[in-house]
Design a protein around this ligand. Structure first.
Ligand code: SF4
Ligand code: SF4
Length: 276
């Protein structure tokens, strides 16, 4: 039996909201017993895109993080439910039974990821089902995954070493959003936004972008890394840990070296660095 999961590649997500809209299209106004009743037209985000602005002008980026039910192996929503109202299918999908869960508002509060929504009208908690009704009908993936134009959402069998998701996990550093919850989540991420240190190097004597300048990063717990500035004189170290101190050294033959200390409480843009 397959064990389903999703690998979200944040580096590919462009925030188009197709996944969110496909979820709405699939579930609003449509009941899929025994897995779900219709999603209300407003207020629910079974697939939600978290937008986070990073950096400051002129170095600004937006990180989009799709957030959905993590289909946890150690699911607090299952423990919080009465009468077996929340259960895990043999394929790993966690389902809220819309009949048994009537009135059980405590299920909403049990999810530390806050991905369960209360349906006031029907008096039930609701969330993403990985489109279990479609998988049962022979679909290979949920609607959100099918419509993602960027390859940011990848669905498959985590137990099959040849599946795309298993191969992505084997060849990339994947993480869950909250490892400290210890829920054994079946949705994991590539490229979760962390911190960056960036800057722009200029040759002072020529007033030109400084291309091919060596920029070396060192700091607590990081392997020393040297990169080169691009043809705009820009450099960027991505995926750095938050709340750390790093040193950035700028070197180019014929110019004085410069060194900066950067603390990653926030993303850091060192500004224009003039070589003299
Ligand atoms: S993410 Fe929340 S709703 Fe989904 S299985 Fe885990 S605890 Fe339950
Ligand atoms: S459809 Fe894909 S690219 Fe668009 S917001 Fe969703 S995950 Fe990101």
């Amino acid at each position: 039996m397959a064990k389903y999961g999703i690998v979200v590649d944040i580096t590919r997500c462009n925030g188009c909201y197709n996944c969110f809209l496909a979820c709405r299209d699939e579930f609003c106004g449509n009941d899929y017993p025994p897995y779900s009743l219709a999603q209300p037209n407003t207020g629910h985000f079974w697939m939600r895109i978290i937008e986070r602005e990073r950096g400051k002008f002129p170095k600004v980026k937006v990180a989009y993080t799709p957030l959905l039910c993590m289909q946890c192996e150690n699911a607090p929503c299952i423990s919080a439910s009465l009468n077996g109202a929340v259960y895990r299918r043999p394929d790993g999908i966690v389902i809220i039974d819309p009949e048994k869960a009537v009135g059980q508002k405590q299920i909403v509060d049990s999810c530390p990821y806050r991905v369960i929504y209360w349906n006031e009208q029907k008096n039930i908690p609701q969330k993403c089902t990985f489109c279990a009704h479609l998988l049962d009908a022979g679909w290979k993936e949920p609607r959100c995954v099918e419509v993602c134009p960027a390859g940011a959402l990848n669905f498959g069998d985590l137990e099959d070493p040849n599946s795309q998701v298993s191969q992505m996990i084997a060849s990339n550093k994947t993480e869950v959003i909250h490892p400290e919850y210890e829920l054994n989540e079946k949705v994991c991420y590539i490229g979760l936004p962390k911190r960056f240190i960036a800057g722009t190097v200029v040759f002072g004597d020529k007033d030109e972008c400084a291309e091919n300048v060596d920029v070396t990063l060192t700091g607590d717990g990081v392997k020393k890394r040297t990169i080169k500035t691009n043809n705009y004189g820009d450099f960027e170290f991505e995926g750095l840990e938050a709340e750390k101190e790093y040193s950035v050294k700028i070197e180019y033959p014929g110019y004085a070296s410069q060194e900066f200390i950067a603390q990653t409480k926030i993303d850091v843009y060192l500004g224009e660095i003039i070589l003299t």
